[in-house]
Write a protein that binds this ligand. Structure first.
Ligand code: GRF
Length: 210
């Protein structure tokens, strides 16, 4: 087991229900040091403040390009001691300097079974495509969008009569279970990345990939 809960930064753009799940599960395995958002009106910021977690807003427009924005995000995360970034409904793509700054230490949650339906409209696209199952993927972030090594996946059946709202609501109950489980395992140093494969291993005295 790690000697102390590793500090992480959670990045959001919206409602922050996954952030809330992470707040509710926070403890010995990880600590949320800061919540970062590109939108000052992101409702999830209120969840952080209520939990007494510092927040920083970094508007995309204040940087003008991906590299400048990425550096600002990483600098803010580091200022609060974060050793990893968790993208929980963060609608911006970080540039290559972010991957270099946090190697194998950026985790994203995506509402589809990657590599199917990457991008910002995964739930709509799964419905439109007529697949019978979609699901939730939690993965490490690499230089390509919704592409890095997969840590965990769980399928969700598409039911007759589903629309985007009903399907997404069912997927979110899965997300709220899966993401804290992954971040806890990460915090305990149990995730090891080997190429495209992520191995879940037994806890050790070290922090592993952190
Ligand atoms: C989630 O469905 C997540 O998979 C996607 O964005 C959504 C964020 O929801 N990347 P919330 O803000 O955590 O409620």
């Amino acid at each position: 087991m790690p000697l102390t809960a590793p500090p992480i930064a959670v990045l959001i753009s919206g409602t922050g229900s996954n952030l809330q799940a992470l707040i509710d599960t926070m403890g010995g395995d990880y600590r949320i040091a800061v919540v970062l958002s590109d939108r000052e009106d992101a409702p999830g910021l209120r969840r952080a403040r209520k939990a007494g977690i510092p927040t920083v807003v970094i508007p995309w427009s204040s940087h003008g390009d991906r590299d400048g924005f990425t550096d600002a995000v990483c600098d803010a995360a580091r200022r609060f001691g974060a050793e990893a970034l968790v993208l929980a409904g963060f609608m911006r793509i970080l540039g290559p300097s972010g991957i270099t700054a946090f190697p194998d230490a950026i985790i994203n949650i995506h509402p589809a079974l990657l590599p199917a339906f990457p991008g910002a409209h995964a739930v709509e696209q799964a419905l439109a495509h007529g697949v019978r199952y979609t699901g939730v993927t939690v993965h490490f972030v690499d230089e390509q969008v919704d592409h890095g090594p997969i840590i965990a996946q769980e399928p969700v059946a598409i039911l007759p009569g589903d629309d985007v709202e009903s399907l997404h609501a069912r997927m979110q109950t899965v997300e709220h279970r899966l993401l804290p489980r992954v971040v806890s395992a990460f915090g305990r140093g149990e995730l090891a990345v080997e190429g495209r494969h992520v191995h879940w291993r037994q806890p050790t005295q070290t922090r592993g990939v952190i």
